[in-house]
Design a protein around this ligand. Sequence first.
Ligand SMILES: Cc1cc2nc3c(=O)[nH]c(=O)nc-3n(C[C@H](O)[C@H](O)[C@H](O)COP(=O)(O)OP(=O)(O)OC[C@H]3O[C@@H](n4cnc5c(N)ncnc54)[C@H](O)[C@@H]3O)c2cc1C
Length: 275
Amino acid sequence: MTTTQANDEAVKELIAALGKENVLTEMRHRVVRSASCSPFPVQQWKKHLPDIVVFPDSTDDVVGIVKIANKYKIPIVPRGGGSGLADGAVPLKHGIVIDIKRMNRILEIDEENMCVTVQTGINLLMLNKVLGELGYWHPDDPAGYVNACVGGRIGCSGFSLVGSGYGHTRDLVISFEHVLPTGEVIHVGEGGGKKIRKSSTGYRLKDLFMGHQGTLGVATEAVLEIFPRPEAEFPAFFAFNSFEDAYQTAYNLGKSGLKTLSAMVMFIICSINKS
Ligand SMILES: Cc1cc2nc3c(=O)[nH]c(=O)nc-3n(C[C@H](O)[C@H](O)[C@H](O)COP(=O)(O)OP(=O)(O)OC[C@H]3O[C@@H](n4cnc5c(N)ncnc54)[C@H](O)[C@@H]3O)c2cc1C
């Protein structure tokens, strides 16, 4: 079977499983899902167009897509906001892009156990808007948080700007459902149940299935830490004449143990003296 025949057969099965509106093959839909924000040369995007774009709605949908892809030996790439800087969401070998952005539901806000269960297509902006109305937030805070989806954070094992105070993505994701490249569904966490932060038994698979850039499958539902929103947020800006002074001050502040300090970011501005 040629690649074109395999794709045509796969499209028929994908439409039967997901509905026509959730299986896109037009050029305009494929082009926007070949790009990423990284310094990937723009002229090469057209070399890496996906053949098919699909929008799952649930873990079962993702399982179905993976099984169809395997049947016709078509590569798959999961994609969230496409803002990852390592190019992981670019479909280098074409095939099927699984766009998870329609899987954006908040499934449960558990105030007793201080966690929220979400589908991984939700972006951090949307999530924190809802949590904020209840006085909470999920403090995974990348500079690109407007675009970043929970699935993309898991795929990249992201770095949070307030990570020194609250931890980074690996600390803030408690557990998640994960569809393996075989189509099997596993639950990965800290070795215990979905909301268990610490267990002395069971394999801690969470770290293995974070930062894999989509190569180990698709995270579909995640349980995330939530915290009370700080009563006040005060971004203070200080200017220094030298990198060493700025570094030393940041170092001293970091070592001080100041409880209200949640993050420090150093911006370096070079001015050229023309005189
Ligand atoms: C202006 C700007 C500022 C940024 N600042 C930061 C920052 O401060 N800290 C930081 O960590 N990053 C930062 N980034 C990078 C980016 O925002 C993050 O890496 C973010 O996690 C990407 O999320 P996304 O939904 O866009 O993922 P995508 O780019 O769509 O995907 C990223 C990777 O994860 C995989 N993936 C996507 N969804 C899933 C899923 N459901 N299951 C498994 N794998 C999946 C993809 O295949 C890909 O390999 C920044 C980016 C920009 C453009």
